[in-house]
Design a protein around this ligand. Structure first.
Ligand code: 0PR
Length: 396
């Protein structure tokens, strides 16, 4: 809450304190943080990282992908990680990087699209549901964001997107797992619009990239969103969301290396004529190595099982919400996100009452968002529903 994070001042001690004193200070201070294990975090697209990935991350903390001439093996592992993510997204030949998160990945994608298009004050077409990282990207890159409306299913309206294309269009962005409702834009149709107009198509699958590839085998309706669509030039996919990796671990994948060439920069003073195609210079090798290790450990089957549990619980929650008098779902879930609305009670009040009872859900302008992550158990949802029921009765 903003009031709790007001600016605080503190001075570094003249003489250092013993480690144990500091440990207990931290233990006490950090108690105020929410913990995933409490089950009360229902607003986050991150989760408790897998214990194996945490171990690997800690072991390789000093690795720096900003200097591939020193960390040759780590750099190779990063490229293998990108290729494994690429194969999950129908393109093992993909090039790209493990970056700090979805924000950096989206900025890098638009950076490449802008440089390839070579247009003055180019335009980027996004759905109004797009994550605010695109606002940051457009500001940084001097691009104009053209935000288009959604259809009745809360997806980007393809006709509106098509109409928005002009000679200044640098890229179209489709979202595969929107921040608010976990909705997937009609990417098959957007791919056609992109190819008809010869425009770059970026897919933000920061959240959905570790869920959508498993829908078919789990018996859900499969959705086209990845490199199997011919116009998709780049995809954001974040291991630190549904990939269970430690923060920071985002992914930017390009269809092929010729695209990332548009942003690659030679750094001649580093031995081996290093090339950088990321926003950051010095960057975590531990992140990439931990993702490599985790992908190898989980395998497709491991992730499919995680997704299966999350989706089953999501549908249970959605059904219970639909059965609860006074609230309803905004739309049927596509991924593990449930939007909760009410035509009787102000959702801000429900949000506040939930917060008083220790629950952290997200508050969008006219609905609440509940994200069912791997740390969420059926018992947590049962308790949430009991509290929600009570809150609605009191507010009615
Ligand atoms: N693209 C999409 C579709 C996203 O939902 C997000 C973040 C991003 C890009 C940006 O990713 P990074 O945050 O890794 O840069 N979505 C989450 C959200 O807004 C971020 C988040 C995660 C917020 C955990 C709160 C939290 O506790 O919900």
């Amino acid at each position: 809450m903003p009031s709790e994070t007001a600016q605080r001042t503190k001075e570094m001690p003249e003489k250092g304190l013993p480690q144990n004193t500091i440990r207990s200070q931290l233990e006490a201070k950090l108690r105020k943080d929410f913990s995933y294990s409490s089950g009360k975090i229902l607003c986050s697209m991150c989760t408790n990282p897998h214990s194996f990935a945490k171990q690997i991350y800690q072991k390789y903390l000093e690795k720096n992908l900003g200097d591939p001439s020193l960390f040759l093996a780590s750099t190779e592992l990063e490229q293998e990680t990108v290729s494994m993510l690429g194969s999950l997204l129908s393109n093992p030949e993909a090039s790209g990087s493990i970056v700090s998160g979805g924000t950096e990945a989206n900025i890098i994608a638009l950076w490449a699209a802008r440089n390839l298009a070579k247009k003055e004050r180019g335009e980027v077409i996004v759905p109004i549901s797009a994550h605010h990282s695109f606002d940051k990207a457009s500001d940084l890159l001097n691009l104009k964001l053209i935000k288009v409306r959604l259809n009745s299913r809360f997806q980007m309206d393809v006709k509106a997107a098509e109409k928005a294309v002009t000679s200044k269009t640098v890229a179209i962005v489709g979202v595969a797992g929107s921040t608010g409702l976990g909705v997937v834009d009609p990417l098959g149709e957007l791919s056609e619009v992109a190819s008809a107009n010869n425009v770059y198509l970026h897919v933000d699958a920061a959240f959905g990239g570790f869920v959508l590839p498993f829908l078919k085998e789990l018996g859900y309706e499969p959705l086209d969103f990845d490199f199997s669509l011919p116009s998709v030039s780049s995809i954001t996919v974040d291991p630190h969301k549904m990939g269970l990796a430690p923060i920071p671990a985002g992914g930017i994948l390009f269809r092929d290396a010729s695209i990332s060439e548009a942003i690659s920069m030679k750094v001649p003073y580093l031995s081996g004529e290093t090339k950088e195609s990321t926003l950051l210079g010095t960057r975590s090798g531990a992140s990439a190595v931990a993702v490599w290790a985790l992908l190898m450990h989980m395998g497709r089957a491991g992730y499919a099982a995680v997704v299966d549990r999350c989706l089953k619980l999501t549908w249970k929650l959605a059904e219970e919400i639909q059965r609860t008098d006074g609230v309803d779902v905004v739309t049927e879930p596509t991924l593990n996100v449930v939007g909760v609305k009410s035509d009787r009670i102000d959702v801000h009040l429900i949000f506040q009452e939930l917060r008083k009872r220790g629950w952290a859900v997200s508050l969008f302008s006219d609905y609440l968002r509940i994200v069912i992550m791997p740390h969420t158990k059926p018992s947590h949802i049962k308790r949430l529903l009991e509290d929600l029921q009570m809150i609605i009765e009191n507010l009615n």
